[in-house]
Design a protein around this ligand. Structure first.
Ligand code: B12
Length: 269
């Protein structure tokens, strides 16, 4: 079906009302924008190019407003060691149930394409083309640095391993995550206008620093997330940081009491 502007706005406000309370945000894109950026093996081949999709991101609030209630309230968390992925799936599935007329499908950032070890979708590309966060891809940055004679802080040996790219949000810096992609398979919305994400890391020097912090300094020092100034309220809480710093299989057992206490405190507020 071709969507009218009113219907599009309705879908957007439905998504907003269902996702915002749990610390998620969404931003629209057309499948062709995504397909134009990725190699053949990553393209969505069986989905119409004008199909409407939404890139779903989480803010710092998702941990306390979405994740903790899912673990301690819903009673449906099956494997507490995989609780985060389960909670993302829970909210995306719930969202899709409200969009049944549009033949929705969703992928989580951790999902793999069946039968392969490839991610089901490239989260950073989806976020970039939907305007959510600028994707600082190493190839372009390394070339510019070399052209301008800016030294690279990592060695050739480090670079053999591969330098990975990183997305930065204009408001949240690196204090967010890209959680999913919802595709409305029978909805075409050709008139959607693409908004480029703001390139907030302005100099090549800072872009090189960003790649270095993301790849070569221990990511648990959280430095790369502060490449632009971010309001303290928009950063992850100490408990959330501790949770992500803990190895997934140990997270639940070692942090259970603290997580529960934090959830109880929030409930009382
Ligand atoms: C596999 C994976 C890893 C692997 C390998 C990393 C990698 N990038 O390949 C490992 C285990 C090392 C890893 C580690 C981490 N990861 Co990781 N990882 C992923 C995952 C699941 C897939 C990435 C992937 O395989 N990409 C494949 C390659 C080929 O893609 P690519 O380099 O982007 O190139 C393609 C396109 O981008 C396009 N392209 C080329 N040039 C350009 C230019 C532009 C502008 C655009 C738009 C596109 C484009 O063409 C290419 C192919 O066709 C993603 C989630 C997801 N579903 O995407 C998270 C993800 C990239 N990881 C993330 C994070 C945070 C981390 C860690 C900090 C740990 C953590 N989870 O907290 C560390 C940091 C890295 C480090 N220091 O080790 C975040 C990054 C968030 C951000 N702000 O960018 C993601 C998006 C997950 C999320 N939920 O948000 N990760």
């Amino acid at each position: 079906m071709d969507l009218s502007q009113e219907e599009f706005e309705l879908i957007q406000s439905l998504l907003e009302s269902q996702l915002t309370p749990f610390g998620f945000e969404s931003s629209p894109l057309l499948i062709k924008w995504y397909n134009e950026q990725v190699d053949k093996k990553f393209k969505f081949k069986s989905i119409h190019e004008d199909s409407l999709a939404f890139c779903v991101t989480s803010t710092s609030e998702m941990f306390e407003r979405g994740f903790l209630p899912f673990v301690f309230e819903s009673g449906i968390c099956r494997d507490l060691r995989n609780a985060l992925d389960e909670s993302i799936g829970f909210y995306l599935k719930k969202m899709c149930q409200d969009l049944q007329n549009y033949q929705p499908i969703f992928y989580r950032d951790s999902d793999l394409e069946p039968g392969t070890r490839r991610p089901a979708f490239l989260a950073q590309t989806a976020a970039h083309v939907s305007g959510v966060a600028y994707y600082y891809h190493p190839s372009e940055i390394i070339q510019s640095a070399k052209r301008e004679g800016i030294p690279l802080p990592w060695s050739e040996e480090d670079q053999q391993g591969r330098v990975y790219g990183v997305s930065i949000h204009h408001k949240y810096g690196g204090w967010f995550a890209i959680r999913g992609l919802i595709i409305l398979q029978n909805v075409k919305y050709k008139s959607l206008q693409q908004t480029p994400p703001p390139d907030v890391v302005e100099s090549i020097q800072l872009k090189v620093k960003l790649l270095n912090d993301f790849n070569f300094s221990n990511w648990k020092n959280w430095n790369y997330r502060d490449i632009i100034p971010v309001h303290p309220k928009m950063k992850y809480s100490q408990l959330q940081r501790k949770y992500f710093e803990t190895e997934p299989k140990l997270r639940y057992d070692s942090l259970h009491d603290e997580l529960k206490q934090s959830w109880l405190n929030l409930k009382e507020m």
